[in-house]
Write a protein that binds this ligand. Sequence first.
Ligand code: 2IP
Ligand code: CA
Ligand code: CA
Length: 376
Amino acid sequence: MAALLKSLVGASEKSARIAQLCRQEEALFQLLIEEKTGTDKNKKFVQDFKTLADVLIQEVIKHDVGKEFPELHGHIGGEESNRFENSLGETLVVQVCATQQDTASLLFTILDRNQPAAELLAAAIHQDVVLQDAVLDAVALAIPPERLAIWIDPIDSTNQYIRGQASVVPIGGICPSGLCSALVLIGAYDRSSGDPVLGVINEPFFREDPLTHRWQGVYHWGVSYQGTSLSSLGRPPLRPEPSVVLSSSETPAIQRALRPLYGERLRFASGAGYKMLCVILGLAEAYVLSEGSTFKWDSCAPHAILRALGGGMVDLEAALQAWRAGQRGALPELTYNQPVGGAVGAECWANRGGLVAFMHRDHLEVVLATLATAAL
Ligand code: 2IP
Ligand code: CA
Ligand code: CA
C-alpha cells in the first residue's frame, strides 16, 4: 500500500511535468484546446474547455498506476474520456503505447502532424520519475489495493490553466485566480464503503523560477484508513479570526448568510481543488459550496487529505437537513462509489448537494448553525 501511495505520487509528478510542458510551449498549447460538447459538458460553463493535456495526463496516470497494480484495472476513473477530436474533425483515441516511438506516432496524428510537439510529449509520457522523498520512503502501510478504486482530475481549474496568469497577488494568502489554482488531483477510495482513503494533490505551478522562468511544483498527500492517519502536512490550527473561501459564483444568499461570521474575511478563489487545498493548508477554515458544480474527481483526493489531518468534507444539503433535525453526531460526509440515480454523463458523479470542506469539527458546527437559520 505504501507502494500504491508512491505510485500515485510518482504519477502526479509526471502529470505535473506534462502540464508544465504544455504551458511552456505556447504554440503547442494553442493546438491542444478543444471544446467540450454533449453530456460530458460541465453545466456550469457556457464554454468549457478540455485540453489534450487533460486527456493525456489522465491516460498516463491510468497506464502507469494500472501497470503496477493490475488489481485496479477497471477501477480507475476520471473526468475525461480518452476520445479526442483533432482539428481535421477526426476522432482519435488517446492512449499510452508500448514504446515512446509508438506514442510519438500516435500523437503526431492527433496533433495534426506537429512532430516536435509529439516528440516532446512522448518523451515526457515515457520518462521515469524518480522520487527523492525520505518521508515517503519511510511510510509503512498495509491496505490491499483490490479494495480501492481511483478518481483522477488530471487538471482541475482548466479555465485558469488555459488563461495562464502567472503572478496573481494573494489576498490573505489565497490567490483569487491564476495558474496556481491548476492542480492535479488523484484520490483513492474504498470500493465498498465509498470513503476516501488516500489523496495526492500536486501543484505544478507552485513557483516560477525568477531566473529560468521554469515552473517548480510541490505535492501533498494524506492517508486515512481504519484508524491510520498519515500526511505530508501537519494539521493547521483553528485561527481566532477564521476565514471562508468561496467560488466567485457563489449565491448572494450564502454570501449574506456567512458575512456576520467572517466579516471581510470572505475570500474568493478559482478551482474547487484549490479551495479545498486552502482549507488543508489552513489558509481558510472552510470552503462552502451550495451548488452541485463539483464532481467526485474534484473532491476525493482533497477529502482524503482532510480526513488524514482530522478534518472532513460533508454534503451541504444532507448535513443541513441532519443539523435541522437535531443530529449532532456524525454528519454525512461525501462518498465516492455511488452514481447519482437517473443522471447521465458527468452528472452521475456530481456532488449534487454542494459541500463544506473543514479542518475543525467545531468550526463546521458554527457554519452549519449559521446556515441552518439563514434565509437561503
Ligand atoms: C472545475 C473547476 C472550477 C470549479 C468547478 C470544477 O473543474 O475546479 O474552477 O468552479 O466547480 O468542476 P469554481 O472555480 O467556480 O469553484 P475543471 O476545471 O476540472 O472543469
Ligand atoms: Ca475539476
Ligand atoms: Ca479537469
